[in-house]
Design a protein around this ligand. Structure first.
Ligand SMILES: [Zn+2]
Length: 283
């Protein structure tokens, strides 16, 4: 069954439309008001809405209504002989809205198997330090953790550097944003910032800063770029930001911090989320 047929089947199972002939699926059960008013397009539906717009107003994107179908990236975009990273490419492009030109060459596509449950998932894997970090991409909700480092190796002291960014470009920058995650650093590079990832909040990037000082000397720059700690919102992010700004300042760097401003209570967004909401954002 192709994706569109599976979507129609999934929507029918969920909303039980009584009228399915013609251009619209109609008289489905609205989960908010319980009335038989839910409807969606019969061809390539993107959204399901309640017809009682003023009195109920419920709606959901088909993506959110049927997450399992959309998160089965291996099925939707299987790897091929010509493109062994086809699944990872699709995930980065469609789920993360990242520009593959900024990432190509820095990742591989692998297969992860959970030894307890036997579930498998394609992963997108990035090397950092003498270890790697990989993100599970096929219906990641089935797994205890959505991402992990290789056991045994370490990224301590290192940063992940976007492959298109040279050490010279980094050393010439006015400011360097240091994020928690790879996708955040890439999202910021996409809006023309210079950003690297420390891979976690609890990782003082001593090796990266040492390499940076060597490069500053090599290009004979007498000032230093400002370090901006751009960690995720939350207690750990804030605590380590304060600690690291202090430490950077003590080591002779001009340092500051930035965080994603939450738009409402209880929302926790990262730089990648912000990029997805503002694809026309130019920094
Ligand atoms: Zn309703």
């Amino acid at each position: 069954m192709n994706l569109e047929a599976e979507i129609l089947k999934g929507l029918q199972a969920q909303y039980q439309f009584r009228k399915t002939k013609g251009a619209w699926l109609q008289e489905g059960t609205c989960p908010a008001c319980g009335k038989r008013e839910a409807f969606a397009a019969a061809k390539d539906p993107k959204i399901v809405r309640c017809g009682r717009q003023d009195r109920c107003g419920w709606e959901i994107s088909v993506r959110d209504a049927l997450p399992d179908l959309f998160e089965d990236w291996s099925k939707r975009f299987p790897e091929t002989e010509e493109n062994p990273t086809a699944t990872a490419d699709a995930y980065l492009q469609h789920e993360r809205c990242l520009d593959l030109r900024l990432l190509r060459g820095s990742y591989t596509q692998e297969l992860y198997r959970d030894h307890k449950t036997g579930h498998t998932s394609a992963t997108v894997r990035f090397a950092v330090g003498d270890t790697y970090w990989e993100r599970l991409i096929d219906r990641p909700g089935r797994f205890e953790k959505k991402a992990h480092f290789r056991k045994g190796g370490t990224y301590k002291g290192h940063c992940w550097i976007p492959p298109r960014l040279s050490m010279e470009e980094i050393a010439k920058a006015e400011e360097i944003l240091i994020t928690e995650g790879i996708f955040d650093a890439t999202a910021l590079c996409q809006v023309r910032k210079v950003a690297v990832s420390a891979m976690s909040t609890n990782n003082w990037p001593e090796h990266f800063l040492a390499d940076l000082r060597v490069e500053l000397e090599r290009i004979k720059r007498t000032t230093r770029p400002r370090l901006v700690f751009a960690f995720d919102v939350g207690r750990a992010g804030v605590e380590y930001t304060i600690k690291y700004v202090k430490r950077a300042t003590a080591e002779g760097w001009d340092a500051s911090a930035m965080q994603v401003r939450p738009d409402g209570e209880g929302t926790k967004k990262d730089w990648n989320d912000l990029l997805k909401e503002h694809l026309d954002w130019a920094g």
